[in-house]
Design a binder for this molecule. Structure first.
Ligand code: MEV
Length: 437
């Protein structure tokens, strides 16, 4: 098994691709591949006709009857830690990809997104029930720390060879409705894996010995999705002028403060962040539910659910956004390796480690959040949604990719977004073109 992913192709030269929107999906695949320094056909597998074969799906889950197509768009303008990234995003929601690209553009002037991480450390939990002397049991397990770390490492020599392995043992006495339980945490550096398999294997292997030492019965042995030892932080400075001026900046700060103070607003604010995070996590074949569970548990880490991001004004009057989220994402194992589209998505991103992937994911989450706040504070969310919706309506009325923009603009201006009106506008446009031919 390979744990390191050195990229074979060239690096992405630029994540700015003017006119991408006006191309057909096939033409966009070539344009994006070229900008990423990949072969023209590198993204062909994203064509639904070439994607996940039902035979492959049949090996992934049970009782397979087919596969579900989800649109994959590419966010442009994204710079993370000085590296240009073209970011694949799988989402059914209109506006998300455009909004991320737009927000990323506003961060480019100040260098894009900067990130930091705690490193890829996951937690496995071993629950012990029926301890007669829980405090003493806790002490005995901690005294056996070195033995337990060595036993955990022995479960996964490949991980250890690649620089990962067990790092620490922590033990708590937990008062519960069913009496005091002793809970053992095994902290494991999982390197480029998501880590569930590695830590679950270790927890199961260690549990009998841990139970013997504690004098208690091991029960659950499973990772925690509250991955707070695997945090990624993103920060970006968004240009005040591009945002719409000082009043918009001030209003975004007010909007973010609302989310920080109120769980009702925080849930929606964080949903906007997850629009970006989940789309990249899904496109790269990672476990969206694990990441979502981790992010929401982090939002409630102090006992009250709050916003995952914060926004401030810097000394130049620009807007600074920061986001901290647990991100259990990997590059090896699971669908990231088994799914051809996920493999192509990782290839397009050009990330070499799970940490680099997490840095992009967090950055897109922050970009998405800023875009939503700007739209809400400046003009309301419906205008952007309607413009995109109008493009879909224009296409449904038979407009070609070259005609969609003009038809959509007309029906938005007329506030008449219907397939019927789009058909009439299209007929008029074609008539005008014939007249001028
Ligand atoms: C919609 O998918 C996401 C938003 O509701 C996020 C937000 O309100 O911040 C627009």
């Amino acid at each position: 098994m390979a744990w390191n992913h050195s990229r074979t192709g060239a690096q992405t030269m630029t994540s700015r691709i003017p006119g991408l929107r006006d191309l057909s999906p096939g033409e966009r695949r070539v344009a994006v591949a070229r900008a990423a320094g990949l072969a023209d056909g590198a993204l062909d597998v994203l064509d639904p006709a070439a994607g996940l074969p039902v035979e492959a799906a049949d090996h992934m889950v049970e009782n397979v009857v087919g596969v579900l197509g989800v649109p994959v768009g590419v966010a442009t303008n994204v710079v993370v830690d000085g590296v240009e990234r073209l970011v694949p995003m799988a989402t059914e929601e209109p506006s998300v990809v455009a909004a991320a690209s737009n927000a990323a553009r506003m961060a480019r002037g100040a260098g894009g997104f900067r990130t930091s991480t705690t490193g890829p450390v996951m937690i496995a939990q071993i629950q012990l029930v029926g301890a007669v002397d829980p405090e003493a049991a806790r002490a005995r397990v901690l005294e056996a720390r070195e033995e337990l770390l060595a036993a955990a490492d022995a479960c996964d020599p490949v991980l250890v060879r690649f620089g990962g392995g067990a790092r620490d043992v922590q033990v708590r006495c937990l008062p519960t409705d069913a009496g005091v339980q002793v809970v053992v945490h095994l902290l494991v550096d999982v390197r480029d894996a998501m880590g569930a398999n590695a830590v679950n294997t270790m927890a199961e292997a260690l549990a009998p010995r841990v139970g013997e030492i504690a004098g208690a019965r091991p029960l659950l042995r499973i990772l925690s999705n509250k991955a707070d030892q695997r945090l990624t932080r993103a920060r970006a400075v968004f240009d005040a002028g591009m945002l719409g001026g000082p009043q918009v900046v001030a209003d975004i700060v007010q909007a973010a403060a609302f989310a920080a103070a109120d769980p009702y607003r925080a849930a929606t604010h964080n949903k906007g962040i997850m629009n970006g995070i989940t789309a990249v996590v899904l496109a790269t074949g990672n476990d969206t539910r694990a990441v979502e569970a981790g992010c929401h548990s982090h939002a409630a880490r102090d006992g009250r659910y709050t916003a995952l991001s914060r926004f401030e004004v810097d000394t130049d009057g620009n807007l600074v956004g920061t986001l901290e989220v647990p991100l259990a994402v990997g590059l090896v194992g699971g669908a990231t390796r088994a799914h051809p589209v996920a493999r192509a998505a990782v290839g397009l991103l050009g990330v070499r480690t799970s940490g680099e992937l997490a840095a992009v994911v967090a950055s897109v989450g922050l970009a998405q959040n800023l875009a939503a706040l700007r739209a809400l504070a400046a003009e309301g969310i419906q205008r952007g949604h309607m413009t995109l919706h109008a493009r879909t309506v224009a296409a449904s009325a038979g407009a070609t990719p070259a005609e969609v923009g003009a038809v959509a603009a007309r029906i938005v201006a007329e506030r008449a977004i219907s397939v019927e009106r789009a058909g009439e506008v299209l007929a008029e446009l074609r008539g005008e073109l014939r007249g001028t031919a």
